[in-house]
Design a protein around this ligand. Sequence first.
Ligand SMILES: *[C@@H]1O[C@H](CO)[C@@H](O)[C@H](O)[C@H]1NC(C)=O
Ligand SMILES: *[C@@H]1O[C@H](CO)[C@@H](O)[C@H](O)[C@H]1NC(C)=O
Length: 288
Amino acid sequence: MSSKDTKDHTFNNPSLSLLLLFVTITQISAVHFPINVWPKPTNFHWPHPSFIPLSPTFKISHPTHHHLSSAVSRYRHIITTEHHHPLLPPATNLTSSSPPLTSLIITITDVTSPLTHGVNESYTLTIPPPLGSTTAYLTAQTAWGAMHGLETFSQLVYNNPPRVAAGVEISDEPIFKHRGVVLDTSRNYYGVEHLLRLIRAMSMNKMNVFHWHITDSHSFPLILPSEPELAGRGAYGEDMKYSVEDVKKIVHFGMEHGVRVLPEIDMPGEYHSSYFILFLVIRFYLGK
Ligand SMILES: *[C@@H]1O[C@H](CO)[C@@H](O)[C@H](O)[C@H]1NC(C)=O
Ligand SMILES: *[C@@H]1O[C@H](CO)[C@@H](O)[C@H](O)[C@H]1NC(C)=O
């Protein structure tokens, strides 16, 4: 089996460890509500658990924001088409006599806030009780907090046709400013689609920093336009390199998911370039 085959079979799921963490923690946490949002919001108020139908024409309105717009489209799609069926269906019935929830209105105090360390990621989400208003409200200081609120909302919807938790009030804010995952693509190369899947899994867990350890002494998979030979000699293989377009795509995808991509490029030097020494040794012995 070639090393590439091994990679494909063994390391093709960088989000697996996140999932395992998730399963472990949810198993030990006590169940208080028919649906438990993950990660547990700092304030979750659902005094009379019930569900109401979600309108087939459910709409999400939001202020203009480049990255939030794509997050809203994504969540609208998930909310109306995913039709999630929990392993243990909530022991709470649908109040089918209630008018369906028709819209979620998002308001943001500061739409210009960039996704930086320590940016305000708080949000509040209010879904009306049965037979009440047909509009839910999500308010946030920044677009990044609004994305977390959308994730929370999406977790409160299940079934086909979809129903949504009613009479819920949530205010939530992260305890830690930096909630990240480090992935080393120098020791093990991961294709772009795997990195995107990792970022998707991170956003579902409300994590906000993808520390991308791109290069190190084992390989140099990044194509630098000014120094293409670094990847030319340093990548594990022809199909194991990241182009400028790949990097832009990953960074942009991260922004749409509230995940800041923090690339780390180790300077080729004494400690971060053994692939070159290997290359020189091979060239010396093969005389090429
Ligand atoms: C839900 O409805 C079923 C069937 O009508 C009933 O047996 C059950 O007690 C109800 N559960 C709750 C929590 O009201
Ligand atoms: C974030 O903004 C909310 C709403 O304006 C505020 O209540 C909260 O204290 C802020 N959090 C931080 C960490 O500044």
